[in-house]
Ligand binder design. Structure first.
Ligand code: ADP
Ligand code: MG
Length: 280
């Protein structure tokens, strides 16, 4: 998943659980990676039928979250993100390249049929949601192994199972986007926490920062007035997609969105404010 995964688990099945999570993350990468030629998503993007119900199900959830966020989250930006290539050797594409690539993007061009997924002319990138799904699978495996206390971190995504062994809630820090310390601490049990920020993957050219969260409307890095957006939710999949979406929306839209949909989030603004929103 092109990130570090760190897992802590307590209890007599902890070793078994860690092995199961390790195996599971390898399995998930084999399904959801847009870049591995052996993956199911690669097959789907290449118009081959060799993909599972599990992929169909995550794609359908991704589309639902695109609709909910009115396209701020959009899993069809692969042609654009391939141009930027934030994964390695990043560069600034020309305006023409971006506008050409954008013609093939747009979640509303995908349809789910009884045979599976009809991509239209799009290609999928599940990078904004797959780590969240991995967090959900982590929680599922914890239950399956009767683990009562565990914490898993998958890049900007954290899932906690139960409380700490001493009964205290887990303390999860939200990074200070401008420094090495933290900006806030969340006390959480049985929840997923996802942070999307401009500081995670980026490059600088002529004094301007280009980061990996794209505005689906423009194909350029989202010009957000936020430094980071954190979503706290029982579903890792939802938390992951929504943190990306809130970042793209910017403060004012993100606040309205969270209030309307009862979403718990913490926004850190460029002018150094921490906006804590906890819906119903
Ligand atoms: P990270 O993967 O660094 O934790 P995010 O969860 O915010 O960060 O997801 C960013 C990734 O999602 C990008 O690397 C890219 O693959 C994809 N992406 C970029 N912009 C969007 C967007 N607006 N909607 C959905 N996916 C996006
Ligand atoms: Mg995300």
């Amino acid at each position: 998943m092109d990130t570090y995964i760190q897992i802590t688990a307590y209890g007599k099945n902890a070793d078994k659980f860690l092995l199961a999570v390790n195996e599971e993350t390898v399995r998930l990468e084999g399904i959801f990676s847009a870049h591995k030629q052996e993956s199911e998503l690669f097959a789907l993007n290449s118009r081959k039928d060799a993909y599972s119900e599990e992929l169909v199900s995550l794609v359908s959830e991704a589309i639902a979250l695109s609709e909910l966020t009115e396209g701020a989250f959009d899993p069809t930006l692969l042609p654009v993100s391939n141009l930027w290539n934030f994964g390695g050797g990043a560069r600034i594409p020309s305006e023409e390249e971006i506008s050409d690539a954008l013609k093939h993007c747009g979640y509303e061009k995908i349809s789910l049929t009884h045979n599976g997924i009809d991509l239209g002319k799009t290609e999928l990138d599940l990078g904004g949601i797959a780590k969240g799904y991995a967090a959900d699978r982590f929680i599922f495996l914890a239950k399956e192994n009767s683990i009562e206390s565990a914490m898993g971190s998958f890049g900007g995504m954290v899932a906690v199972v139960g409380s700490k062994p001493n009964g205290d809630p887990w303390k999860i820090a939200i990074r200070d986007p401008k420094g090495n310390g933290f900006a806030a601490i969340l006390n959480v049990s049985d929840l997923c926490i996802s942070t999307s920020g401009a500081y995670e993957r980026y490059f600088t050219f002529e004094g301007k920062v280009y980061h990996h969260i794209l505005d689906p409307k423009t194909g350029y890095p989202a010009e957000s007035d936020l430094l980071s957006a954190t979503v706290i939710n029982e579903s890792g999949t939802k938390a992951d997609a929504l943190s990306t979406a809130l970042f793209v929306m910017g403060e004012s839209k993100a606040v309205d969105f969270c209030e309307e949909n009862g979403i718990c989030a913490v926004l850190i603004t460029k002018d150094n404010r921490i906006v804590s929103l906890c819906g119903a």
